[in-house]
Design a protein around this ligand. Structure first.
Ligand SMILES: Cc1cc2nc3c(=O)[nH]c(=O)nc-3n(C[C@H](O)[C@H](O)[C@H](O)COP(=O)(O)OP(=O)(O)OC[C@H]3O[C@@H](n4cnc5c(N)ncnc54)[C@H](O)[C@@H]3O)c2cc1C
Length: 519
């Protein structure tokens, strides 16, 4: 099924880059600057995705002196790998939110989604950001009786919180569906053009961005935090972890499950692309939308999510391609990429004060697949908390909340599964395969003299060997063949073939195997 000759996707550091990242490396790469070590910033923001840069611009413009520290480059994280739908509905339906948080909670969740949505539009207008923003209709369709019930649930829940939605007979999809909903006034954009706009506005407002700066820890002394990276120490009075998942061991390791999600951008023979955002209700789901990338119209087809490190990524891409070819007259696959999001245990994001940490340390995580709106509202909320204004969402998104999880049976499974790996990975699993059978471009966990090794053979035949023990919590990483990375099945940390951190919560690389086996 694969047609590598037509795929223009570039791999970088164990990540398949999205067209947004290939088409535009956000920012003018301020790169690594050595800053005045004595300067004390009002706030240090760790992570330069939509959450971090939204918080940064709002804080800087409110008169605070801020700095953004990014492990890689602006937009390297999930904001660079998103499919960039902007919606008034969310993966956690308003009915589900009501079941766990009551009617008031569901209303607040809808307010947050709407406010995040509007904030994006407001920033685009205010800073005149040219980011392909377009308003579209959104369609959600059901193919089975069971899915019709889900649709009805979504319909009732949305109306109850005041989100406009109607039943629709005519959906621009080749898939045979039974019933469908239409949400008017949805939107899409180019996420990295948007980030670039925020970045420029932030720098013009006097902000500082340090790229290639992996924050390893934050120490406290005399009311001023020291943000420690390999190169330097940055001092600040408050900290925002806008890292998608706060680094190192923390409570979110047990409250959020990491998922990988896949996207193809394909060219159609017909040259006719649906002018809408279209989603099915399958589990795992599919969605399609069109976007002009480098002047060429393409259809984005995405979905087939699975827990990070648990399934074969090549298979997911193959399945997605099969799906694309089944329903559309595909002339070529132009891009394919994958990225990561976090599913929260009780359905709502965690935004606010970092639990079990000192005051003035904040975080935002658990956005599910809705981080455009939730990352934006997180930026606004965290700005309001840092400046002491407070936020009406403070309680409902409180990261320290404890909520029953009855309605989220999937998550119970997730946690059982994390617990399994914590145990199973500490027992030896005997690997009989030998290095000799490792093909070029392939990675494998092998056992040599009773010691597990994560091995990868590159195109020149050289073996790259690292310890497979995730530096975050000691689970054993699995090979991700599609992206050539080592992915942790417990909390979603990811490493490149030489063990360097691609995605947290780990902040230290996999240790090199000094006694590396030869070719
Ligand atoms: C395939 C896919 C499609 C999606 N589609 C949609 C969609 O259509 N609509 C929607 O609303 N949401 C969508 N989402 C979700 C959304 O993209 C994310 O929730 C959102 O981008 C998260 O933004 P963020 O700024 O919080 O994190 P990120 O964009 O991941 O940014 C975090 C940054 O922090 C940096 N970082 C991490 N650790 C450290 C450290 N220790 N030191 C320094 N820097 C660090 C990372 O390098 C990264 O750049 C999708 C997600 C996926 C995976």
């Amino acid at each position: 099924m694969k047609t590598p000759d037509t795929i223009t996707t570039i791999e970088r550091d164990g990540c398949l880059q999205s067209p947004w990242q290939q088409n535009l490396q956000a920012g003018n790469s301020p790169g690594k600057k050595i800053i005045n070590a004595l300067a004390v910033y009002d706030c240090a923001i760790v992570g330069a995705g939509i959450s971090g840069l939204t918080a940064a611009i709002l804080l800087q413009r409110s008169g605070k002196q801020t700095i953004v520290l990014e492990a890689h480059t602006v937009g390297f994280g999930t904001t660079g790998g998103t499919s960039a739908h902007i919606n008034t509905f969310a993966d956690t339906t308003y009915n589900e939110a009501e079941k766990v948080f009551g009617e008031g909670g569901a209303h607040l969740f809808a307010d947050a989604i709407n406010e995040g949505f509007n904030l994006i539009k407001q920033q685009i207008d205010q800073y005149k950001i040219d980011c392909d923003y377009e308003v579209k209709q959104g369609y959600l369709y059901a193919e089975t009786d069971e899915e019709i019930e889900i649709l009805e649930d979504i319909y009732k829940g949305a109306l109850k919180v005041g989100i406009p939605v109607v039943y629709e007979q005519d959906v621009p999809t080749p898939v045979a569906y039974q019933k469908a909903l239409r949400f008017d006034g949805q939107a899409q954009f180019h996420p990295l053009k948007y980030l670039k706009g925020l970045e420029e506005a932030y720098l013009s407002a006097g902000g500082t961005i340090l790229e290639n700066t992996l924050v390893e820890k934050v120490d406290n002394g005399d009311g001023v935090f020291s943000v420690v990276s390999a190169e330097q120490i940055t001092r600040a009075r408050s900290i925002i972890y806008a890292t998608h998942m706060p680094p190192n061991i923390n409570v979110f390791n047990f409250e959020c499950a990491p998922y990988r999600s896949y996207v193809l951008a394909v060219k159609l023979k017909s040259g006719k692309y649906p002018d809408a955002l279209i989603y099915d209700c399958q589990e795992p789901y599919h969605y399609v939308r069109a976007h002009q990338i480098d002047g060429e119209p393409l259809l984005l087809i995405g979905g087939l999510d699975h827990k990070t490190g648990h399934e074969d990524s090549e298979k997911a891409f193959d399945e997605l391609e099969k799906y694309a070819r089944k329903y559309y007259n595909v002339s070529s696959i132009k891009y394919r990429w994958s990225s990561q999001y976090y599913v929260p245990v009780d359905g709502l994001p965690y935004i606010g004060k970092m639990p079990f940490a000192q005051d003035s340390i904040y975080c935002a995580t658990g956005y599910n697949g809705n981080g455009m709106m939730l990352g934006s509202i997180a930026g606004k909320m965290l700005c309001d908390l840092v400046t002491g204004k407070g936020s009406k969402y403070e309680k409902i998104f409180d990261p320290a909340r404890i909520k029953p999880i009855d309605g989220f049976s999937e998550f119970v499974k997730e946690n059982a599964d994390v617990a399994y790996h914590f145990v199973a990975d500490r027992f030896g699993i005997h690997e009989t395969d030998s290095l000799k059978r490792l093909a070029a471009g392939a990675g494998k966990l092998i056992e040599v003299d009773g010691k597990k090794i994560a091995t990868y053979r590159d195109e020149d035949g050289v073996i790259h060997a690292v310890s497979p023990v995730c530096t975050h919590a000691g689970c054993i990483v699995n090979w991700n063949g599609a992206e050539r990375s080592w992915d942790c099945p417990c909390h979603g940390a990811r490493y490149d073939i030489d063990g360097r951190v691609i995605t947290g919560p780990a902040t230290k690389g996999l240790s090199e195997i000094s006694n590396s086996p030869g070719k």
